[in-house]
Design a protein around this ligand. Sequence first.
Ligand SMILES: Nc1nc2c(c(=O)[nH]1)N[C@H]1C(S)=C(S)[C@@H](COP(=O)(O)O)O[C@H]1N2
Ligand SMILES: [Mo]
Length: 332
Amino acid sequence: MATVPMEPGETTKWQPAPGRLSAPTTPVDDLYVIGHFGIAHVPADDWGLRVDGLVERPLRVGLAELRAMPSVTVQAVLECFGNPLRPDEPTRRAGNVEWRGVPVAAVLDQAGAPGRGSLWAAGLDSGVFDGTPCTEYLKDLPLDVVRERGVLAYEMNGAPLTAEHGHPVRLFVPGYFGTNNVKWLRSLTVADHRPEHLFTTTLYLRTAPGGTTPEPVRDLDVNSIITDVRSGDRGPEVRGWAWSSSEIVGVDVAVVRRGAPDAGDGWQDADLGPVVGGPYGWRRFTASPGLASGADEVTARARDAAGRHQPLRGARNACHVVAVRDAADPRT
Ligand SMILES: Nc1nc2c(c(=O)[nH]1)N[C@H]1C(S)=C(S)[C@@H](COP(=O)(O)O)O[C@H]1N2
Ligand SMILES: [Mo]
């Protein structure tokens, strides 16, 4: 199947207000949507996934064949890295979804793919992004990681994927940023080098602190979102979710003054719930940080087992700050 006709238009972006993310499993209707070229509508009947490149037996799998293979279910966070043209801007697009599909390893084995290499994943969508025409959406991923935990997902929360989220099949790699989870998946190509493409070697790159070479954005950062702020007897009660590519070990919550999100030593250790889903699911945090005079906002700061914590400001995963006066309506 060649690329599918796209409705003329530009990037599709939709996201819910944080107040809609309070459920442990994010309903699909409340999950943000990103399509760089808009939304592709792919007929399931003649859909097939091509597996080719440096494999012993190039193959094509149809949807019925895929659904007949042993499946796995994993619950994990899907999070957008953010606008690749403004990579330091927090967008707080995330959800925790139950994914069902076939391990990518199963089709790689059928095709006789090697254990390591570069896996190019292409989508059926095409169009112009930031002035650059693209014949497909393309990402490349480390083959060994995709083998270990990648899924060819055909269901979210027990229902077939919707067009917005990649029907009929998308790639999902738990613990990786959304940009890698190619929707409307068309092909997987094994190679020994990275492909040059707008979405692989131009955009979605960043240099680690202290590093010198820009690397593709893959592993999730440590991050959190405040979903509820309720007025309680002893100040606001704050709830939200924290996640990372490694285990969340703590979340600190503080009340702060508008325009000065610096809590000093006013941070309070939040209570943590269990991980919702697999190792890349999110964890609930709950805290009642009191209300200092003059303070009118609350903020949360997550830490992970890799020793990372959210920056206070100036980064895509900077601490979320929510006004206390909006407690009755946390949708701001
Ligand atoms: N084919 C294709 N896959 C794609 C994209 C796209 O534009 N085209 N956008 C990516 C980005 S940046 C994100 S954050 C997620 C969003 O998935 P969702 O729309 O299901 O929430 O899809 C990723 N997969
Ligand atoms: Mo994204």
